[in-house]
Design a protein around this ligand. Structure first.
Ligand code: FE2
Length: 207
């Protein structure tokens, strides 16, 4: 029987190429604007096709959205996460404290940006943006860091692939109540095993 945790290595080639490309970009020590522009282009390429995410990282939980780690850079310069939205699921209003890129893989989601007023209460900034499959968005303390994200659908799963400028599951950040209360928050991850894009036995590396 096929183990859903061990897909054909070839299936994960887009993820491996994304990891390698993003690492090479960060090796150049680019500023945030360049990371969001050039890294966003790499993420757009990754989410342009929806044939690589193993099923084990695409299953919704009946109650909670799932944050599944797909890869963490060994120096924790970046992490890659699949967000799996069950029908109607949403995040609280939250921040990130580091740059983030959001690429829509399957279905659609809404992102509603917020800014804090003088009393520290989150106020919506404009309309929610609807992300369709293939689209990429950015967040950061520079370009806008507080938002709420939710599945655009009440009757189907949506999945987005996120890249953050840290090991995001270990970052101290915040959730905000509508009344303005700010609570510390460390998200962790929903999974304890990772996909393996590094089995290149069918695509060997030259000696
Ligand atoms: Fe977010």
């Amino acid at each position: 029987m096929h183990d859903p945790l061990i897909p054909a290595a070839r299936t994960l080639t887009p993820l491996r190429e994304f990891i390698t490309g993003f690492s090479a970009l960060l090796d150049q020590q680019p500023d945030e604007a360049r990371i969001l522009a050039e890294g966003g282009a790499l993420l757009a390429t990754l989410v342009a096709r929806d044939d690589w995410l193993p099923d084990a990282y695409a299953h919704p939980h009946p109650e909670y959205y799932q944050q599944m780690l797909l890869h963490c850079d060994s120096a924790e310069r970046f992490s890659i996460v699949s967000f799996v939205w069950g029908p109607g699921q949403r995040t609280p209003i939250h921040d990130h404290t580091v740059w983030g890129l959001i690429g829509m893989l399957r279905g659609a989601e809404y992102a509603q940006p917020y800014a804090l007023d003088a009393e520290g209460r989150p106020q919506p900034q404009g309309d929610a943006t609807r992300l369709e499959a293939g689209h990429v968005e950015a967040v950061s303390p520079t370009v806008g860091d507080i938002h709420r994200v939710y599945n655009a659908y009440d009757d189907r799963v949506s999945i987005s692939i996120h890249v953050y400028g840290a090991n995001i599951g270990a970052v101290r950040r915040h959730v905000y109540a509508e009344a303005g209360e700010r609570k510390p928050f460390i998200s962790g991850y929903s999974n304890s095993t990772l996909p393996n894009p590094w089995d290149r036995s069918k695509d060997p590396v030259a000696p």
